[in-house]
Design a protein around this ligand. Structure first.
Ligand code: IPE
Ligand code: IPE
Ligand code: MG
Length: 255
């Protein structure tokens, strides 16, 4: 973050509903760098600035949960050097940002199979999560080695174990129980999904949780996704009517 936000600072008044949970696929770093004749890793570095401004904007608008897709379970397929660079970047960002998260009352959670990461990174993640556990202004979830199918399979496994151990009745497994067994636990599903970089796909992100999420795609590459771009996405969300299966008239009456 470029500056510390005062606790209690008045959020910018937004016209219409503000999403409680925003989930973002931060895509386009490589293309951003290549367009400048630079190596892909400079795009990843430049992307850190967009992470900072997005966090600031979330706080300003009163968004409660922000989930950022940092590394997918498929990204291991990239060249070793790029994977290593992404790990290093994550490690340094964690080291540098924890203090600021404390000042700004931000709770960090890392979702994904972190057991595949180097020990040093796993320790750093654990320390950062512990240090920020009591913070509540914004929950920042970083999805690292995350896959939506992995999340669903893990939840199924967890529930099956509980049934096998006699701790859970199989008939008690419903939507809510299943959701609670996923990495998001009791957190609300994303209200707004943003993907930068122009590709129109979900790439194995929050598959269970995006069942009724509003989708927003922009061609803007992640390092160029600044506060103004975030506000555009928020304004677009505010203009939508969420019907959850009902008719438009029903939703209007309920308003
Ligand atoms: C997203 O940017 C960052 C990660 C996947 C870690 P990309 O690296 O996918 O950038 P493009 O899509 O190649 O431009
Ligand atoms: C999705 O981006 C994962 C992250 C942003 C971390 P990718 O660039 O890896 O997605 P695909 O593979 O092109 O769909
Ligand atoms: Mg990409």
């Amino acid at each position: 973050m470029s500056r510390d936000l005062e606790i209690g600072e008045i959020p910018t008044a937004a016209a219409g509903p503000v999403p409680e949970h925003v989930a973002i696929i931060m895509d386009g770093n490589g293309r951003w760098a290549e367009a400048r004749g630079q190596a892909r890793h400079s795009g990843h570095k430049a992307g850190v600035g967009s992470v900072r401004s997005t966090i600031e904007e979330c706080i300003r608008h009163g968004v409660k949960v922000l989930t950022l897709f940092a590394f997918s379970s498929e990204n291991w397929r990239r060249p070793r050097a790029e994977v290593n660079l992404l790990m290093d970047l994550f490690l340094t960002a964690l080291q540098r940002e924890v203090k600021r998260m404390q000042t700004n009352d931000i709770q960090l959670r890392v979702i994904g199979d972190v057991s595949a990461f180097p020990d040093k990174l796993q320790r750093r993640i654990d320390e950062a999560e512990r240090a920020t556990r009591a913070n509540s202004r914004l929950i920042l979830q970083v999805a690292a080695n995350y896959g939506g199918r992995w999340d669903i399979v893990e939840a199924a496994r967890r529930l099956a174990r509980a049934v096998a151990h006699g701790e859970l009745d199989a008939d008690a497994i419903d939507d809510r129980a299943f959701a609670r067994a996923t990495t998001l636990g009791d957190l609300p599903d994303p209200d707004l999904f943003i993907r930068t970089g122009g590709d129109l796909r979900i790439s194995n992100f929050l598959l269970w949780h995006c069942a009724y999420t509003e989708l927003y795609f922009t061609p803007v590459l992640w390092p160029d996704f600044d506060a103004d771009e975030f506000r555009k996405a928020i304004a677009d969300f505010a203009s939508r009517q969420r019907r959850f299966g009902q008719t438009s008239a029903q939703v209007k009456v309920a308003d």
